[in-house]
Design a protein around this ligand. Structure first.
Ligand code: PFF
Length: 469
């Protein structure tokens, strides 16, 4: 931002002229990447890939990123820049200006609800990563066998008090930054810490190459076996494309409102998608050779990275150091994403309820934290409690599973669908041509995608899953 110390949200209410704009394309990319790259890439992508059979799932995920995620990201940034305000007000402003249905700000409301629900369990997983900083740093993992490392993880899950402590710490970190509005410094730190995370992942990939199972991992990840692809797997891939790119909840719309007019929306969005996908694929390449070399189960579920990466750190030279550094960087990546999840709620409370920033952060953060406790209990005391188990699609899902499913696979794609419809059918085509400044054929390609392909694809995946369940 040109006013580097100005909090992003502090300037949200004014007109564009008064609000600090990103000083450069890089600043926007850093903020958007900070939100996009997080636990979704390193924790979630590998485990859902393992659960859904590998290659074919990865292919569908990549397709969803390129054919749905990227065009929607462009649409979000475009709407944000056009409206020049916070998401709810941007949509209201465009709707009023173009005499459209005043119900459109509902997309902003979806963002508020989704952010709230996601952050509740995201913080619990952020807490797992924090606890592994201590485990790696204190040498607890060094030289341990796969069984011992598995047991360390199960012990963590079985201990609600410890989970609660780490969850509280993570949420406090997020609330601190949102309350103080000190985003600018953190975003600048992304420019050092994200490449560091990338390098460290590369180091683990280097180690993974020595395990002898690298080829098998590459085959698993990149050779599609369509017999392993299920309808629900397609929904998970689609949902994850939204989750990992922070789409469907107007976060990119908020960031887009700070993007100066002369910067290409397409190029910047492509950069964010490429970085995000690169981190996810590297995480996969780091983890699966270790899975195969140690006879672990690719479909082990949410604990996958916590059962595999520590094994690599246990065996490689200077493993304790690399391990500690890795989990610190993972927390940082999760932190910048967590902030972008809480921000829309706090902004909404400020704008709609007239609350000040500190009170709204404390209030929203507290409720989110309290909801997170249900996810913690889902891992131990309530692990057999499946509140919506009567619905076959939701059978056996704990509260934690349900929160994840409902947000990533339903709310975010639904938000994305509405954004695509808004851009494709509601906004003026001329306005969008001006904003995107693409060549004619490229604009047409984007326009057809948001107008037809995205709504049909998201709609079809929803309907198939409803019929199939
Ligand atoms: N994109 C983040 C990740 O992959 O970890 C999660 C996320 C952040 C989702 C912000 C949605 C969001 F608005």
């Amino acid at each position: 931002m040109s006013e580097s110390s100005a909090p992003i949200s502090g300037a949200m209410k004014g007109s564009n002229a008064k609000r600090g704009l990103w000083s450069s394309r890089l600043a926007f990319i850093l903020a958007a990447t900070g939100s996009a790259v997080g636990l979704g890439n390193v924790w979630k992508f590998p485990y859902i890939t393992g659960e859904n059979g590998g290659g074919a799932f990865v292919l569908v995920y990549l397709l969803c990123i390129a054919a749905i995620g990227l065009p929607i990201m462009m649409a979000e940034v475009l709407i944000g820049r056009r409206g020049g305000r916070s998401p709810v007000n941007s949509l209201r402003e465009i709707a009023r200006h173009d005499k459209l249905n005043p119900a459109w700000p509902i997309v902003g409301a979806i963002g508020v609800i989704a952010g709230f629900l996601i952050l509740s369990f995201y913080s619990v997983i952020g807490g797992w990563a924090a606890s592994y900083v201590v485990k790696a740093g204190s040498g607890q993992l060094a030289g341990q066998s796969a069984d011992a490392i598995g047991a360390i993880f199960s012990d963590l899950l079985a201990d609600p008090a410890t989970l609660l402590m780490w969850h509280t710490l993570f949420m406090a970190l997020v609330m601190l930054v949102v309350a103080k509005g000190v985003r600018a410094g953190l975003e600048r730190a992304v420019s050092i810490l994200m490449p560091a995370l990338f390098l460290l992942l590369l180091t683990v990939v280097g180690y993974a190459m020595t395990t002898g199972e690298f080829g098998r991992a590459v085959t698993f990840l990149f050779q599609p076996d369509f017999s392993k692809l299920t309808t629900s797997g397609i929904l998970v891939a689609l949902g994850h494309a939204f989750f990992t790119l922070s789409l469907g909840m107007a976060v990119m719309m908020a960031y887009g409102s700070y993007l100066p007019k002369n910067i290409s929306i397409a190029k910047t969005s492509i950069a964010v998608c490429v970085i995000d996908t690169g981190v996810a694929l590297l995480a996969g390449l780091a983890i699966f050779p270790i899975v195969f070399a140690n006879g672990l189960e690719p479909g082990a579920g949410p604990g996958l990275i916590f059962q595999t990466l520590p094994l690599a750190f246990a065996q490689m030279p200077m493993g304790s150091l690399f391990g500690t550094l890795f989990f610190v960087l993972l927390i940082f990546a999760a932190w910048t994403s967590g902030i972008s999840l809480l921000e829309p709620i706090v902004e909404w409370l400020e704008e709609q309820k007239g609350m000040n920033r500190t009170t709204s952060t404390l209030g929203a953060g507290f409720v989110c934290w309290a909801l997170g406790i249900t996810s913690i209990l889902s891992l131990n005391l309530w692990s057999d409690f499946a509140p919506l188990g009567a619905i076959s699609m939701l059978e056996g899902k704990t509260i934690f599973d349900l929160l994840d499913f409902f947000t990533a696979n339903i709310l975010l794609p639904l938000g994305g669908l509405l954004i695509a419809v808004f851009a494709g059918w509601v906004m003026s085509r001329q306005a969008m041509e001006d904003e995107l400044a693409l060549s004619k054929p490229m604009f047409r390609l984007w326009y057809i995608t948001v107008r037809y392909i995205t709504p049909v694809a998201v709609g079809a995946v929803f309907i198939y899953n409803l019929i199939g369940s």
